[in-house]
Ligand binder design. Structure first.
Ligand code: A2P
Length: 307
């Protein structure tokens, strides 16, 4: 494999006790069709702050919502992945974007609105937000990004870093290796950045956008379409790419998705993507989930950001 070098990053230039104020410049919905789940693309102007030239796609920024919780304590900091390329939104290095889903849940018969996500979603251009960061030193594109192929697995807003990475690879670097994005969500109405991703798929023969819709139809064996089941159902495309020794896997989204992907990689004998810390039964289905979680980890070729 080509040598894998990750860029050096400076972490937490701004901390919880020393946040910086940035200005909202845009805030729009990124689901194409009308959806009960509202996801927004929000862009901040970081001009005049030490964040300029110091945030990379794959990192996160912290957001400090104003006000206090029911106990009178300041609201907790929440981390949001950067969804603009390292060069900035639209090539403007003072603009950094993130992707925010409104958290709307029912807990014990009561409506619960996520504090930070709804605060951010309600913002208008010109509003000021207190942010911290950047955070994250590993979920990054390598310095020599051109030397690799990429399989990106995203669920829900886990798409955020991949939007920026895809823009960076294709729009800025004229990427000529293979890149596949496997995106999972419950319904077609939950697809995010669809126009952009479909356009990239059409424009670049070496970019492939695979959708995995979990609650509309089932696989032949009755199971749900999950991002990891695409490793089986889209074998023709994925197996040759995964077999190359300069391919990297990136996983971003809901906690638990990585275990499903690792299990399928094990089944397919793709152990180069894994760090297996204990001898396990040959029949992968016999491995208890707890053991999978404990003993099968990401190798140097796999990057994960799950939450
Ligand atoms: P489902 O909820 O139908 O079981 P979102 O963040 O927009 O809710 O999307 C998360 C997506 O990930 C959904 O399609 C969800 O399916 C799917 N999902 C749930 N559990 C797993 C898992 N263990 N591995 C992969 N995907 C999963």
């Amino acid at each position: 494999m080509s040598e894998l070098t990750l860029p050096e990053v400076e972490l937490n230039i701004y901390s919880k006790n020393n946040p910086v104020e940035v200005k909202v410049v845009e805030n729009y919905v990124v689901t194409k069709e009308s959806s009960p789940n509202i996801v927004r693309h929000i862009t901040f102007d970081i001009s005049g702050t030490d964040l300029v030239d110091r945030v990379r796609v794959g990192q996160s920024l912290g957001v400090l919502p104003p006000g206090v919780d029911v106990k009178g304590k300041p609201h907790k900091l929440r981390l949001y992945s950067i969804s603009s390329p390292t060069s900035g939104e639209n090539g403007q290095k003072h603009l950094v974007s993130t992707t925010v889903k409104r958290t709307i849940e029912e807990l014990e018969n009561k409506l619960y609105l996520g504090v930070a996500s709804n605060y951010l979603s309600d913002l208008n251009p010109g509003d000021i937000v207190k942010v911290t960061g950047p955070s994250g030193r590993r979920f990054l594109l390598p310095e020599n990004a051109q030397d690799f192929n990429y399989i990106f697995f995203a669920t829900g807003t886990g798409i955020a870093p991949f939007r920026g990475m895809i823009l960076e690879l294709f729009e800025e670097q004229g990427f000529s290796n293979d890149c596949v994005l496997v995106f999972g969500c419950p319904y077609r109405t939950d697809l995010l950045y669809t126009d952009f991703l479909e356009e990239m798929d059409e424009k670049h023969p070496n970019f492939h956008f695979i959708k995995s819709i979990s609650r509309e139809g089932r696989r032949k064996d009755g199971s749900k379409h999950y991002v990891q089941t695409k490793l089986i159902d889209d074998k023709e495309l994925l197996t040759p790419i995964l077999a190359k020794e300069n391919t990297l896997i990136y996983i971003c989204g809901m906690k638990g998705m990585e275990t499903g992907i690792y299990k399928e990689l094990l089944k397919q004998g793709l152990s180069g993507y894994l760090d297996i810390r204990k001898e396990l039964p040959e029949d992968v289905d016999e491995i208890p989930t707890e053991d999978l979680k404990r003993y099968v980890k990401a190798s140097a070729r796999t990057f994960e950001e799950v939450y």
